[in-house]
Design a protein around this ligand. Structure first.
Ligand SMILES: *Cc1c(COP(=O)(O)O)cnc(C)c1O
Length: 336
C-alpha cells in the first residue's frame, strides 16, 4: 500500500460510534440529511415501514457520504496529489463530485469497454478519465500504479473505515428521525453501507435487527459468508447492477463487519426486484434503481423472517437509465 499518512489501521476491523460522529461533522456541508418517508401501503404488510430517501442525495445515491468522509480525511499533501478510483457507478460519481467540490484532482480509470454515455457522465462531473486496458481489473491495477508512482490516493468503494463511517451517518440520522426503530433493511453488495449502519445501530442497541438484501444472481457477500472467506463468483447481469462486484479477496473490514452486524440476509429474484421498482413508482411516484428497490421488494414479498415492527428500508439510489426504468414500470403496471 501507499504511504497514506492517516492511520486507517488504528480502528482495526470495526468502526466506532465516535468515528461516525466525526464523519457526520466532517461531511455535513457536502451531503443532504435525507427525509424518512412513511409508506402506508407497505406498512399494510404488518410492520410500520419508513423509507430512508438516499436517492435524494446530490448524485442520486448515498455513496457521497463515504467518499466525502474519506477525501476530507486526507492530509493536505494527499489532497494536493489527488484521488483516483476505478468505479464507473455511483462510487465513481461520488468521488468525482466531492473532489470537484473541494477543488481536488480526480482520475477515474476505466476499461475501453465502458459505454460512452458513462464516460461522458464522469467527465461532466469534473473528473479526468483514463482509459486503460480491456477490463475492470486492468483499470483497478492502474489506480494502484498511480498510487505507487505518483502518490495519488485510491478511494475504495467500501472496504475502508472512513468510507464505512461515512455511510454510517445514515444510522445516526435514523436514530434521530425514528428513535423507535427496531429493524433496518439494507441493500448489500461490498457491505460498506450495511457495515456503517449496522455498527451505529448495533452499538446503540444490539436488539435492533439488521437485514441485508442482495439479488439471487451473484450474491458475493452471501457466498463468502457461507464459505467463511471472501470468494469470487461469476457476475450475471441483474436489475440491481449497483450491487454487482466482488468484495475483494483481501477484504479487511466489511466481511468481518457484515458477519458481526447482520442478522439475516434476503435474496431476491429479478422479478421481485422489478416489483420493488414498480411499487415505488406506482405508490410513491418515485423512480429508483434496482439496487435501491431491493429493500422495498423484500418487504413487499414477505421475505423477512426476523420479527420486525418498526422498520426503516434504505432507498439507496436512483441512478438508472430512464428508458430501462420506463420498461420495468410499464411491465409492472401491466402485471398489477
Ligand atoms: C453501492 C450501492 C449499494 C451497495 O453498497 P455496498 O456498500 O457496496 O454494500 C446499494 N445501492 C446502491 C444504489 C449503491 O450504489
Amino acid at each position: 500500500m501507499s504511504s497514506v499518512s492517516h492511520d486507517s489501521k488504528s480502528i482495526k476491523n470495526d468502526v466506532s460510534l465516535r468515528e461516525v460522529w466525526k464523519a457526520r461533522k466532517r461531511i455535513s456541508a457536502y451531503i443532504e440529511k435525507t427525509p424518512l418517508l412513511h409508506s402506508p401501503l407497505l406498512s399494510q404488510k404488518g410492520a410500520a415501514i419508513h423509507l430512508k430517501m438516499e436517492n435524494l442525495q446530490p448524485i442520486g445515491a448515498f455513496k457521497i457520504r463515504g467518499a466525502a468522509n474519506k477525501i476530507l480525511s486526507l492530509s493536505q499533501e494527499e489532497k494536493e496529489r489527488g484521488v483516483t478510483t476505478f468505479s464507473t457507478g455511483n462510487h465513481g460519481m461520488a468521488v468525482a463530485y466531492i473532489a470537484k467540490q473541494l477543488g481536488i484532482r480526480a482520475i477515474v480509470c476505466i476499461s475501453n469497454r465502458v459505454p460512452k454515455v458513462k464516460v461522458d457522465k464522469i467527465r461532466e462531473m469534473g473528473a479526468e478519465v483514463k482509459i486503460i486496458g480491456e477490463n475492470q481489473d486492468d483499470a483497478e491495477s492502474h489506480c494502484y500504479f498511480l498510487e505507487n508512482t505518483e502518490g495519488i490516493t485510491v478511494i475504495k468503494p467500501f472496504d475502508d473505515p472512513y468510507v464505512i463511517a461515512g455511510q454510517g451517518t445514515i444510522g445516526l440520522e435514523l436514530l434521530e428521525q425514528f428513535p423507535d426503530i427496531d429493524s433496518v433493511v439494507v441493500p448489500l453488495s461490498g457491505g460498506g453501507l450495511l457495515s456503517g449502519i449496522g455498527a451505529v445501530l448495533k452499538q446503540t442497541d444490539p436488539s435492533i435487527k439488521v437485514i441485508g438484501v442482495s439479488m439471487e444472481r451473484s450474491a458475493v457477500m452471501h457466498e463468502s459468508i457461507k464459505a467463511e472467506r471472501p470468494v469470487v463468483i461469476k457476475e450475471e447481469s441483474t436489475l440491481a447492477d449497483s450491487l454487482l462486484g466482488g468484495i475483494g479477496l483481501e477484504n479487511e473490514y466489511t466481511f468481518q463487519m457484515v458477519k458481526r452486524y447482520m442478522d439475516e440476509i434476503v435474496l431476491l429474484t429479478e422479478e421481485e426486484i422489478a416489483d420493488g421498482m414498480g411499487f415505488m413508482f406506482q405508490n410513491h411516484r418515485i423512480g429508483v434503481e434496482g439496487a435501491a428497490a431491493t429493500a422495498v421488494a423484500a418487504v413487499l414479498h414477505d421475505k423477512i423472517k426476523s420479527p420486525v415492527k418498526q422498520t426503516a428500508a434504505i432507498i439507496s439510489g436512483s441512478n438508472v437509465d430512464p428508458l430501462s426504468l420506463h420498461a420495468v414500470i410499464n411491465d409492472y403496471l401491466n402485471r398489477n
